[in-house]
Design a protein around this ligand. Structure first.
Ligand code: FEO
Length: 169
């Protein structure tokens, strides 16, 4: 059985991952409205990955006999002032998620919950990649400038979805 503080935080993480998906769908919709389908594709792929993350937390809790309880998902409310802003907001959001995962890990460590620590290792590594991807996208956006924006949009169109490397039975 998982320590109750740990399972509570894991259950809350489901909502944070689902909200991440909502946020990235919202960003994808913003780019569609501006005619940038490649940027939209990048964020739609990102949103699908977030839903995968949420499902992994659900599965882990269920595998440990915890009754998952779902909360309402907040409406993304960021009015984007320009094409760059979703990119910086995405990085900020990933840093928030990283801190949240680290907080669960710290709680698991405090309560000798080695199983959860092992489970969270994948997410800790994943967050490093997510922050790097978000940072790389900002750098790429700035390097391309306004002249190269459609070329970057074409590159982002090539991003494809792949299922997470972590699988739970
Ligand atoms: Fe599931 Fe991007 O954090």
């Amino acid at each position: 059985m998982l320590p109750s503080n740990v399972s509570k935080l894991l259950n809350e993480q489901i909502n944070k991952e689902m909200f991440s998906a909502y946020l990235y769908f919202d960003m994808a919709n913003y780019y569609i409205s501006k005619g940038y389908n490649g940027f939209a594709n990048w964020f739609n792929v990102q949103a699908r990955e977030e839903m995968d993350h949420a499902l992994l937390f659900v599965k882990y809790l269920q595998n440990n006999n915890f009754d998952v309880s779902l909360a309402a998902i907040a409406k993304p409310e960021i009015p984007f002032k320009d094409l760059r802003e979703p990119l910086t907001e995405a990085l900020k959001h990933e840093e928030f998620v990283t801190a949240s995962i680290h907080a669960i890990y710290a709680e698991a460590l405090k309560t000798n919950d080695y199983r959860t620590m092992e489970f969270l290792q994948w997410f800790i590594k994943e967050q490093g990649e997510e922050e790097k991807n978000a940072t790389d996208l900002i750098i790429s956006y700035d390097l391309h400038g306004s002249q190269g924006r459609f070329a970057l949009d074409g590159k982002l169109h090539a991003r494809t979805y792949s299922a997470p490397s972590l699988e739970l039975d």
